[in-house]
Write a protein that binds this ligand. Structure first.
Ligand code: ADP
Ligand code: ASP
Ligand code: MG
Length: 460
């Protein structure tokens, strides 16, 4: 029985006809069974802009974005010489996009439900184009294989949390076995499907949250019992830090599931933070590589890895706020933390780092959480609330971090001129993080990278 490989391609790997053909060559070479694609680069942002314009601006302004999105896809369709049948499928999606935009414009209301259906068009359009690219590559290699479009909403069941829906794992596994496994078992058909989107029990389209295609691919890998999950992007693997922040960043050969979960949660955009959940559950090794340079080594993410460096990588999470809650009632009392966390839970807001004193607690949140005014109002009923913004969370990720004497000293010596607003150490042996002003975040990462990675060598 050949290995079952699920390959996911991000937006830049789908950027134009050349990118799509290059990605399709990777699918052929890797002998993938299931291909999960993102929207073409920039399209999800444009679809969001489309919804907002349709709601608040004139139809003329709305149409500008509508034709920009349509034009981008038509150009790829023409470059690929799309078959008439696929061209028809694309037209159906164009019509749906225009109808939704018109509906939103008439009602002047782009609900989160409408936005999800609108955003889903990005992946639905790109997958149609990718079927063509893959068919051509199979033909050029004189292979009998067939590229088939598969609507992921047939299997990717979610709850009704539009905008950030939660996959219903058991249901998905059942549906994958029923609907995908029979199609790929002969190894003659390769399915091309959409990342990022799903469907509720009663047929409403949902999305998994921005960057969610990685997560979709991992869920599907779990669903079909894949042996390998591949994430193909625009960088040759997971690097010691974001190469955009620090040119000296180097791709890692390997990194553990646990370290990667920390890295993704604490800001490394290269993987959606939830991607590792299904991979860990089913122990599926994940490969991260560049579709632009498929020969480059890339990174393997596995349960067990050879080296256990103290510091393997660094991450920066920008746009953070620090919310400090103070109440003298916390003195020698119990239940205060429960009340605070209940409010965050009720508002579905996730907290990243926490510190406490006798009468106060500070937590970091993404600044978008503050758009929810009711959150602060509810917290104010329990304690005095103080909010500091324009912050960033700097994380060092590695092994045995909370049991290594002298590490804190070396870290803070390196950034002794930067004010550290809050520190979080102890909960994980894989993570040490602290909060600084956002405009000093990149400098902190560069200095720490020089000290802990460049001086030691990666994976030292
Ligand atoms: P895709 O569209 O393929 O999903 P993303 O833009 O979501 O790609 O993720 C790839 C980007 O993640 C890279 O271009 C890089 O700038 C960024 N990134 C952040 N941290 C890291 C890291 N540690 N290693 C590699 N890339 C990283
Ligand atoms: N297209 C979606 C986004 O831009 C999902 C993804 O690319 O992973 O967020
Ligand atoms: Mg991504």
């Amino acid at each position: 029985m050949p290995q079952i490989v699920v390959s996911k391609f991000g937006g830049t790997s789908m950027g134009d006809a050349i990118c799509m053909l290059r990605s399709a060559e990777v699918v052929q070479k890797q002998n993938s069974s299931l291909v999960v694609v993102s929207a073409t680069s920039g399209t999800t942002n444009d679809l969001i802009a489309l919804g907002k314009l349709a709601q608040a601006k004139s139809w003329i302004e709305t149409e500008v974005v509508l034709s920009k999105i349509r034009g981008r896809h038509i150009k790829i369709a023409e470059d690929l010489k799309l078959s008439p049948a696929l061209r028809e499928s694309l037209n159906v999606l164009f019509n749906e996009m225009e109808s939704i935009a018109k509906g939103v414009h008439l009602l002047r209301d782009c609900s989160i439900k409408a936005m999800d259906t609108l955003m889903s068009l990005g992946e639905r359009m790109s997958s149609v184009l990718f079927v063509e690219a893959l068919s051509q590559v199979f033909k050029n290699h004189r292979l009998e294989k067939v590229a088939c479009l598969f609507d992921v909403r047939e299997v990717l069941r979610t709850d009704e949390a539009f905008g950030k829906a939660r996959p219903l794992t058991e249901e998905i596994i059942k549906l994958c076995h029923q609907k995908i496994t029979p199609l790929i078992s002969s190894n003659q058909s390769v399915l091309v499907t959409q990342g990022f989107i799903g469907m509720t029990e009663d047929g409403m389209t949902t999305t998994l949250g921005r960057g969610g295609s990685d997560y979709s691919a991992a869920i599907l890998a779990e669903g079909i019992g894949a042996n390998i999950l591949e994430i193909w992007t625009d960088v040759a693997g997971i690097a010691t830090t974001d190469p955009r922040l620090c040119p000296a960043a180097k791709p890692l050969d390997e990194i553990s599931f646990k370290e990667t979960s920390e890295l993704a949660t604490f800001g490394a955009k290269v993987l959606h933070p939830a991607t590792l959940l299904p991979a860990i559950r089913k122990n599926i090794p994940v490969f991260v590589g560049s579709s632009f340079d498929a020969e480059a080594k890339g990174t393997w993410v596995r349960k067990e890895v050879r080296a256990q460096p103290l510091i393997r990588a660094l991450a920066l999470r920008k746009r953070q706020v620090l919310v400090t809650l103070t109440t003298p009632e916390m003195l020698h009392a119990h239940g205060f933390l429960y009340q605070i966390f209940k409010v965050f839970n009720d508002h579905k807001v996730s907290i990243d780092a926490i510190t406490t004193s006798e009468i106060s607690i500070s937590v970091t949140l993404d600044d978008s959480a503050l758009l929810n005014k009711k959150l602060i109002a509810d917290l104010s009923e329990i304690a005095d609330v103080h909010v500091e913004d324009n912050l960033a969370l700097v994380s060092l990720i590695g092994n045995n971090i909370n049991h290594t004497p002298g590490l804190s000293k070396r870290i803070f010596e390196t950034i002794s001129d930067i004010n550290v607003r809050m520190i979080c150490l102890g909960a994980s042996k894989h993570n040490f993080c602290f909060v600084v002003n956002e405009d000093q975040g990149v400098m902190a990462i560069q200095r720490l990278h020089a000290k802990f990675i460049e001086e030691q060598g990666p994976e030292a």
